[in-house]
Design a protein around this ligand. Structure first.
Ligand code: NAP
Length: 288
């Protein structure tokens, strides 16, 4: 029996959703709605506005109501962990959960942000990451997920540069056994750009509405480098536009969003996600 069929019996359809606060702005319902339709699965993916003090009740309700799974977004990605029955190894190591799978009342937490990012990066910009030199700007929640996944690709070196240098240094110490990682202050980053194969912005610099912001001068970029930005609003940040103009390969954040959702859907349904339909739904939501 396919995973989704078990839940069709109990609920008349596959029940999915996303928990956050706020949640009205989330584009996940449209993206997953399009995915369910493309797969021909009867079901619903609903936005769930959950205040922090009700998070435990909301997680219990997943079991009661027979949800097959939910995504978890800001501000619950860390707090939700204590209410789950088990954590996938990556989610435990990253310290955050964005996807919950309900197997007959047993809830498992996963983190698909990092693996979603790497799948998007390899599909759209940099098919081979082994032995590359990587510079990651920022050491927040999103950076933890993507660095964890990037280290599994066996880069020659990964430097993480953060405004609060201690956070980058601590992260590098915590994961020193996973690969060649080093933490520095953000102001040191420009001197490391030369010779780097891949520069990734995980800070919010350049995000809507402050679209004129950029984390460093594009003069430092050389043709052939891959420049990646986790931001997807706007679809092309100033950093990416300037990188493209200098002959770099530019990689935006939309693919990460699509693929983190694709992995979640694959965990819930056991079927390959209709990635093109999901991306198209996102582009329509964003008015492109
Ligand atoms: P977060 O946990 O709050 O971390 C923010 C990071 O940005 C920290 O490293 C912070 O440095 C740095 N930062 C913020 N403002 C800065 C500034 N003015 N100058 C220098 N550094 C600054 O946020 P997050 O969840 O990691 O999200 C970061 C970005 O990724 C956001 O733009 C978000 O939209 C994007 N994102 C995209 C996806 C996707 O699917 N494409 C998914 C998740 C996140 P300090 O540590 O010094 O504060």
């Amino acid at each position: 029996m396919k995973a989704e069929e078990q839940f069709v019996h109990s609920s008349g359809g596959l029940l999915l959703g996303v928990m956050g606060d706020p949640i009205a702005h989330s584009k996940s319902p449209q993206m997953h709605g399009a995915a369910l339709q493309a797969l021909g699965i009867t079901g619903a993916y609903v936005p769930l506005h959950i205040a922090s003090e009700r998070l435990g009740d909301a997680i219990s309700a997943i079991r009661t109501l027979g949800f097959r799974g939910v995504n978890v977004t800001i501000p619950h990605k860390v707090a939700v962990m204590e209410f789950l029955d088990q954590l996938d190894e990556s989610a435990a190591s990253i310290g955050a959960v964005n996807t919950i799978v309900n197997d007959g009342g047993r809830l498992t937490g996963y983190n698909t942000d990092g693996i979603g990012y790497v799948r998007s990066l390899k599909a759209e910009a940099a098919p081979e990451l082994q032995d590359t030199r990587i510079l990651v700007l920022g050491a927040g929640g999103a950076a933890r997920g993507i660095i964890h996944s990037l280290l599994k690709e066996r880069p020659a070196e990964l430097i993480v540069a953060n405004r609060t240098p201690d956070k980058a240094v601590q992260l590098a110490e915590e994961w020193s056994t996973l690969g060649p990682i080093r933490g520095i202050g953000l102001e040191e980053a420009p001197s490391f750009i030369e010779g780097t194969d891949l520069v990734i912005n995980t800070t919010s610099i350049g995000m809507h509405p402050k679209v004129d912001g950029t984390p460093f001068s594009a003069d430092l970029l050389a043709p052939g480098m891959v420049v990646s930005d986790l931001i997807y609003n706007p679809l092309e940040t100033r950093l990416l536009r300037e990188a493209r103009e200098r002959g770099c390969t530019a990689h935006g954040g939309l693919g990460m969003f699509v693929y983190q959702g694709a992995y979640a859907l694959e965990y819930w349904t056991g079927r390959p996600a209709p990635v093109d339909a999901m991306r198209q739904a996102m582009l329509e939501c964003m008015g492109s």
